[in-house]
Design a protein around this ligand. Structure first.
Ligand code: HEM
Ligand SMILES: CC(C)=CCC/C(C)=C/CC/C(C)=C/COP(=O)(O)OP(=O)(O)O
Length: 327
């Protein structure tokens, strides 16, 4: 058959499609931001010089744990995913992957993640990653998603676990700083998700998932988005000296980002039915978390510290010479 030259390409094409379906089960577009929050925690915990191998192993373990969690969610939610426009083409509702095969895949991902983290990082980071899967599946997907408009507030704890994994991988324990990172992501999640939910409210209403915009309406959702934004922005100041380990570079980045986040949330509060504003806030929430974490990494680098010290010393000298010439 190979002499016809048609079978091998077709087989390769099939393998490619199967692989693509399994990758889609893991909702891969969400994972990079989860990893950025993990990496930020690792950089702060190691004061700017994280061991490359530990970083790689922890990010791989985190990727596999998140992929396992998302695959389990795709299995559990296959009924509503079939009924929703946005999710109908996912691998299970569209019949491309059998739920039993997806389950084996999810378990394999979870086991490899646990072993990787437990052996090459430490047991605490491995257990935290497993706790992330358990909270996402049991608390969010099974218990709250279909039963309470507070589903993503409480269930959001799962998405806030990655920085705990990163911190634990570096230090072997958890102080207040990783819990502060957890809290920042926890409080950031409602503005992130509800701005999206405002755009796809009808999808959730059609399958009776009580997301806040379905249950309480656009005005109340926009009001609560505003309140959570009002809480999260000042919280991002707490990692700054004298309270925390971060300095001027992070403070400047967090300040600008916070002002923009507040501005966008306030605009949405004034026009809760405006889908463009909701879309803009959703997209910005992702950029916000990405840049905030990047700011944490940049601020933690020793070179940033050296540059900041040099600038401060330069300013002091300038002030002294000005004082001398005017005094
Ligand atoms: C319970 C908490 C959360 C819920 C319910 C939630 C929900 C969602 C949903 C439904 C989407 C749209 C996905 C799609 O179109 O298939 C989305 C997108 C996204 N989420 Fe979240 N999210 C949560 C927490 C997080 C966290 C903690 C992060 C990372 C720190 C995150 C990062 C993202 C990113 C990067 C996207 C955009 C993906 C794209 O480019 O399409 N989410 N989220
Ligand atoms: C440490 C560790 C393993 C953490 C994992 C946490 C995790 C997987 C967070 C993702 C949260 C998320 C994107 C939920 C999507 O909601 P949904 O499933 O209701 O979205 P849908 O409507 O698109 O199905």
């Amino acid at each position: 058959m190979t002499t016809t030259g048609t079978c091998i390409p077709r087989r390769n094409e099939n393998i490619r499609q199967v692989l693509q379906s399994y990758v889609q089960l893991t909702k891969p577009r969400i994972i990079p931001l989860l990893l950025i929050t993990t990496a930020a925690a690792m950089w702060i915990a190691s004061e700017g010089s994280v061991e490359p191998l530990l970083l790689a192993v922890t990010l791989l373990g985190g990727t596999l744990a998140a992929a396992s969690a998302q695959t389990l969610n795709c299995i559990y939610d296959r009924d509503i995913d079939y009924d929703m426009q946005r999710t109908r083409k996912r691998p299970i509702p569209s019949g491309r992957v059998q739920p039993q095969h997806a389950l084996i895949f999810a378990i394999a991902l979870g086991v490899v993640s646990f072993v990787l983290l437990a052996v090459w990082a430490n047991l605490l980071s491995a257990l935290l990653a497993m706790a992330g899967i358990a909270i996402y599946m049991l608390v969010y997907t099974h218990w709250l998603k279909r039963n309470s408009p507070q589903n993503i507030v409480i269930g959001g704890a799962a998405g806030a676990i990655p920085p705990l994994v990163g911190w634990a991988a570096v230090t072997g324990d958890l102080g207040w700083m990783p819990w502060l990172l957890f809290a920042i992501i926890f409080v950031w999640t409602p503005p992130h998700f509800w701005s999206l939910a405002l755009m796809i409210r009808d999808d959730y209403a059609a399958v009776n998932v009580p997301m806040l915009p379905v249950v309480a309406g656009e005005k109340e959702t926009a009001r609560q988005i505003w309140l959570y934004t009002l809480i999260v922005v000042p919280m991002t100041a707490l990692p700054i000296v004298p309270w925390g380990p971060l300095g001027a570079t992070y403070a400047a980045i967090a300040g600008v980002l916070g002002a923009l986040f507040l501005q966008k949330a306030s605009q949405l509060k004034q026009a809760p039915s405006d889908k463009q504003l909701a879309r803009s806030l959703f997209k910005f929430s992702i950029l916000y978390m990405m840049l905030l974490c990047t700011g944490m990494v940049v601020d933690s680098l020793p070179v940033t510290h050296q540059v900041t010290v040099a600038i401060v010393q330069g300013l002091q000298q300038l002030a002294q010479s000005l004082a001398l010439s005017f005094g």
